[in-house]
Design a protein around this ligand. Structure first.
Ligand code: GLA
Length: 655
């Protein structure tokens, strides 16, 4: 009896000792003490013990000393290697957004399975605490995502986040890299004519079109059925002149080289509409921003030709902000008198000769665009068109510009409010001025979607209108904008397009320092596929002089571009939405349908496109558009596996 009591006490002492040493084995490791720079975030900074705005982490009135401040959509990968026992934190939207409409869902994945997910946490609402077992986990993923209403105000805090850990300690790791697989087949040496099949012009206005064709040079061109007033240079394929009379002209292009001959039909519609297909070109903002100058614009035109992009139908070279005089600037390069004695806009010293520049671009068969805004100043503080609209439109036309991006910005100081008449007024004024300028100038409205611009953009003369704020080169920005276009399809059509902003593939950076896009290869395929399905203007945002093979592959797939340029001009609709999986469809002029299968999720997933769900019946030939390959005839469905954030673009034709 005595000995069993002694044994009992000995065991008790031993157990206490063991559990003490076990507890002592674990260290508290704050998440914010790790290299959190490996995370990605939708906006602001990656906050080490502060919010994404750099303020103390505060949830429901409690300020936390430790924590990781992010903004949806944000993602962080960690490697634990079984060294950690528990992970805990309190999550929610930081009190700095208490009065707004933010909403976030926090999720934690371990080895590809969901370990924990929060409720939808809202601005000013309760936070949520968790404490989970991670002892068997190697790869841990922390995710904070917008809860289905975009990512505005989603300041997502992981407050008091820590691991109970022994050795090895947790470390943050980079997102697993993906191979940049090239899918676009190389263009053949034999001639092939690409680009739009329909083109709008106004009678009596300057006409310029270079027949886009791949194949070895020298190549010669013919065009039968050209309207009176146009002539073709058979050596360059450049058509110029002025169409004399309104009408629809069915033209036949031929391109010939030593290996063969190609033909393509092309309709020229001389009437009151231009931009009958979405504009295809380049814009200086996403790469150079205010570090733009005349030589860079020239080099962009050279690169569009030399890279071969022009042979696939790309044609606009658009200058964005910062070419004029910056108001009140002391800088001798961009400062000075904003206008000359006649009231005409002056340019800054980085653009020594605008007319020589537009002539240079036009001589090569390309078009050129310019940027301004209805306010006294542009977004970057340069001279705007306020009270000089007519004069400036005439100046743009004299210089020979073919495209005007007209950016609201400082008009905010002029507009009385955001009522429809106030939102529309400056665009109505500039449209009238452009119509009277005697030149075909594509009118691009840039006011970030205010007042549902898609409902009235066409009415005020817009050929396209930005539907959102500015894009940046990360997944949350691109997917938020791209997939957020669902429902806007009824407002787009030939001559008037929704514009979800410019492309962020290749070397971007908003100048002067550039970097490779932060989008993964699969995300880049999704970007180009989705924008093509959306019949969006495609404006390349990278430095084309530094374009790598992968980026060229993204921008030179004629079958993808044909979907974007389809003459029917129908923007794709979201037909199926199943969690992270989406199917979008776009009817095409030839009766076939472009089908985009997308996976917005973090893990690869099987997707099934059932004909019934797409409103179809019967047998369809399925073609893989990126690979330009028929996959066979399918009777009721097509299924495949999509990588994380990846897509598959199909064209299906009734058999
Ligand atoms: C705004 C526009 C951008 C760009 C800049 C220039 O932010 O949305 O696309 O034109 O202005 O300052």
């Amino acid at each position: 009896m005595k000995s069993s009591i002694i044994r009992f006490f000995l065991a008790l002492i031993l157990m206490t000792f063991i559990s003490r040493t076990k507890a002592q084995e674990y260290d508290t490791i704050w998440l914010s003490s790790l290299d959190i720079k490996k995370a990605s975030t939708g906006w602001g900074i990656l906050g080490k013990d502060v919010s994404c705005m750099g303020k103390p982490i505060t949830l429901n009135g409690i300020t936390y000393k430790h924590g990781f401040g992010t903004h949806a959509n944000s993602i962080l990968y960690l490697s634990l290697k079984g060294g950690s026992e528990r992970f805990s934190a309190t999550v929610g939207i930081d009190d700095e957004e208490k009065l707004t409409t933010g909403s976030v869902i926090f999720s934690i994945y371990g080895e590809g399975s969901l370990l924990w997910r929060s409720r939808v946490l809202k601005s000013g609402g309760p936070s949520e605490k968790f404490d989970i077992n991670v002892s068997r986990i190697d790869t841990l993923i922390l995710l904070a995502e917008g809860a289905g209403d975009g990512i505005n105000y989603d300041h997502a805090d992981w407050a008091n986040a820590y691991f109970l850990s022994k050795k090895p300690a947790p470390i943050t790791i980079s997102r697993p890299s993906e191979p940049a697989i090239i899918l676009t087949p190389k263009a053949a040496d034999t001639p092939k004519i690409n680009g739009p099949k329909i083109y709008g012009t106004r009678p009596g206005h300057d006409f310029l079109y270079k027949i886009p064709a791949t194949g070895v040079r020298p190549m010669s061109f013919e065009a039968s059925g050209l309207p009176q007033g146009l002539k073709l240079d058979p050596l360059t394929g450049i058509i110029s002149g002025k169409v004399a009379k309104a009408g629809t002209y069915e033209v036949n292009f031929t391109a010939v080289n030593s290996l063969g001959k190609a033909q393509r039909k092309f309709s020229i519609v001389a009437g009151d509409k231009i931009a009958l297909t979405p504009p295809l070109g380049w814009n200086s903002w996403n790469c150079f921003a205010c570090a733009i100058d005349q030589d860079k614009v020239k080099s962009a035109a050279d690169a569009m030709l030399k890279s071969g992009l022009a042979d696939h139908g790309w044609s606009y070279i658009n200058i964005d902000d910062c070419w004029m005089i910056q108001s009140n600037s002391k800088d001798s390069v961009v400062g000075g008198d904003t206008r000359n004695s006649k009231g005409n806009m002056n340019v800054n010293k980085k653009f020594p000769d605008v007319k020589a520049l537009t002539d240079y671009v036009h001589r090569q068969g390309l078009k050129i665009g310019i940027y301004s805004g209805p306010g006294p100043r542009t977004c970057a503080g340069y001279e705007g068109c306020y009270k000089h609209e007519e004069q400036d439109a005439l100046q743009f036309a004299r210089w020979g510009f073919d495209y005007l991006k007209y950016d609201w910005c400082a008009y905010e100081e002029i507009a009385k409010d955001h009522s429809l008449p106030e939102l529309q007024k400056p665009y109505i004024i500039m449209n009238k001025a452009l119509q009277n300028s005697g030149r075909d100038i594509v009118f691009s409205l840039c006011q970030y979607g205010m007042g549902d611009v898609w409902k009235w953009g066409e009415e005020v003369g817009g050929n396209c209108w930005r539907t959102t704020g500015d894009i940046t080169d990360n997944w949350s920005s691109m997917e938020g904008i791209g997939f957020g276009q669902a429902g806007l399809e009824k407002y787009a059509g030939p001559g008037h397009w929704n514009d979800p902003d410019m492309l962020v593939v290749g070397m971007v950076g908003w100048g002067p320092k550039l970097h490779q896009t932060q989008l993964t290869p699969n995300e880049q395929y999704t970007h180009i596929s989705l924008w093509s399905m959306l019949a969006s203007p495609l404006l390349i945002g990278c430095d084309m002089t530094q374009m790598d093979e992968f980026t060229f592959n993204l921008l030179s797939n004629d079958e993808v571009l044909d979907i974007n340029q389809d003459p029917l001009g129908q923007q794709a609709s979201r037909t199926v939405q199943l969690g992270d999986l989406e199917i979008w469809t776009k009817p095409l002029e030839d009766g076939s349908i472009a089908v985009g299968l997308f996976n917005r999720g973090l893990f690869s997933s099987r997707i099934v496109a059932k004909w019934l769900d797409l409103g179809l019946e019967g047998s369809y030939m399925v073609r893989d558009v990126w690979r330009q390959k028929d996959l066979g005839v399918y009777d009721s469905r097509y299924e495949t596996t999509l990588p994380s954030h990846g897509c598959c673009l199909l064209k299906i034709t009734r058999k």
